[in-house]
Design a protein around this ligand. Structure first.
Ligand SMILES: [Zn+2]
Length: 468
């Protein structure tokens, strides 16, 4: 299906058709002020796992939908695991005869310590053309755009030709219990043909202005899996060292994992990604991408891509040591030593197979493996012409003709739970940012003010195209 879409001349012609009547993207656009009010309110609510204000945010948004004309019975706030999820149904007239489309985003944000930030993370601050604050990018940007556009479209009296469903999670950054609830417990409310994810997708803006190389649409995720590796030992006095030593044994195991290179993997999606991105990437990196796309056994291309942290993950499974603890006293032989190893597993490889590989690489039965994550394995979502055509219209609003390239992310969005439940998911947010700009999860998270308004227009065009 994928190949057919990419090579179909009819689709390509449709994709580059000129855009008529571009939507404004500025503070004075319809619902621009309302969107800003929602964004500011959301950023200033501490919807982190520790501060626990996600249910408050869900109820605030629910109130906005009610004020915006959505019927009470179409708005559902549910609480689970100390957080909350939100489901809102925008009824269509059913004229398309198609199943609903869900739109996902998350209301929670990663913890932020004000002492580490230059500006208060829980105050929306506008400075130098940016909005600063925790969640300004991840993901109160997408969450706000979807919310504001539901309100705007409702106010304009627009009736979609199929139901649209908001499915907002409340712990995407931690346990994803609310995401699981959205797809399982509340499947009767969220069942859809596919999901548009407002927490992924976008383009990198050239630092000095101009047009991005392409728009990246997330259509697959690697599997996130974490193990603890432990070596136990009877210990003893440090004045009487022996050959067996928990720390040395663990260190040797880690060195072997460091040296191990997982086999090269590829699929239709990653080859298309490298072909498209490579054509617009200068130097050896771009050349390697194109060569890899044409021949995934090309040794030079593999070596070049694998030496680049941005692309190594797209060529196969990666595992890396991330945490370490061991010993109990400076003058005692260690009784135990434990390392954490985090893997991003290429689709199709499997968690069990990856564990087996790691054990084989380590080659020491004394190293005990303990899986500490709860991995969800998913296949890439098949590319769909209807999604690509609608997304192209939205992308054209900002960058006419900008090519959409499917991408695989390193793992960790709500999309994987929808995919695992058999509902394809596509990361299509209009997240335009300069390299190193957003700093999601990190300090001083920010997004361009213009991107905030561009993303509002992006979702307005996208929702109308997908259900109009
Ligand atoms: Zn996110």
């Amino acid at each position: 299906m994928f190949k057919k879409i990419i090579t179909s001349a009819a689709v390509v012609a449709l994709l580059v058709a000129p855009q008529i009547g571009a939507e404004d993207a500025n503070p004075d656009m319809p619902f621009g002020a309302k969107a800003f009010e929602i964004y500011k309110t959301a950023v200033e609510m501490k919807s982190t796992a520790n501060h626990g204000e996600t249910p408050k945010l869900a109820r605030y948004l629910a109130g906005e939908f009610e004020k915006g004309g959505f019927a009470k019975e179409d708005i559902h706030v549910f609480e689970t695991g100390g957080t909350a999820g939100l489901i809102v149904r925008y009824h269509g007239d059913g004229s398309s005869g198609k199943k609903p489309v869900s739109i996902s985003a998350h209301m929670d944000v990663v913890e932020a310590d004000p002492r580490d930030w230059v500006r208060d993370p829980f105050t929306l601050i506008q400075e130098d053309g940016y909005f600063f604050g925790r969640g300004t990018a991840d993901d109160k940007l997408g969450m706000t755009a979807v919310t504001a556009n539901f309100l705007r479209l409702k106010a304009e009296g627009w009736v979609p030709n199929r139901d649209l469903i908001i499915a907002f999670s409340g712990d995407e950054e931690t346990g994803m219990l609310s995401t699981r609830a959205l797809v399982n417990e509340f499947r009767n409310l969220t069942d859809s043909e596919f999901v548009l994810n407002a927490d992924a997708g976008g383009a990198t803006l050239p630092t000095n202005g101009g047009t991005p190389a392409n728009f990246s649409m997330q259509a697959a995720e690697k599997t996130y899996a974490t193990w603890e590796l432990t070596v136990n030992n009877s210990g003893g006095h440090s004045s009487r060292p022996r050959d067996d030593n928990a720390i040395y044994e663990l260190a040797a195991a880690l060195a072997k994992i460091q040296d191990h290179k997982f086999p090269v993997r590829y699929n239709e999606l990653t080859r298309t990604y490298f072909r498209g991105t490579g054509a617009k990437t200068p130097g050896d990196t771009g050349k390697a991408m194109v060569q890899f796309a044409n021949d995934p056994t090309d040794a030079w291309a593999i070596k070049t891509l694998r030496s680049n942290p941005s692309y190594v993950g797209t060529t196969g499974t990666t595992c890396v040591a991330t945490m370490l603890r061991g010993g109990h006293a400076e003058n005692a032989l260690p009784q135990s030593a434990t390392a954490t190893v985090n893997c991003r597993i290429f689709p199709g490889v499997g968690v069990a197979a990856t564990e087996a590989t790691l054990k084989e690489v380590v080659g020491n039965d004394g190293v005990i493996f303990n899986m500490i994550s709860d991995p969800t394995e998913t296949d890439p979502s098949p590319l769909r012409e209807d999604v690509l055509v609608a997304l192209q219209k939205a992308v054209d609003n900002k960058f006419p003709g900008l090519e959409i390239i499917p991408s695989m992310s390193s793992g960790g969005t709500d999309g994987m739970h929808f995919r695992a439940a058999g509902i394809p998911s596509y990361g299509v947010n209009g997240g335009y940012s300069k390299p190193n700009d957003t700093n999601a999860h990190g300090l001083n998270e920010r997004i361009l003010v213009q991107t905030f308004y561009d993303n509002l227009a992006h979702w307005y065009v996208l929702l109308k195209a997908i259900a109009g």
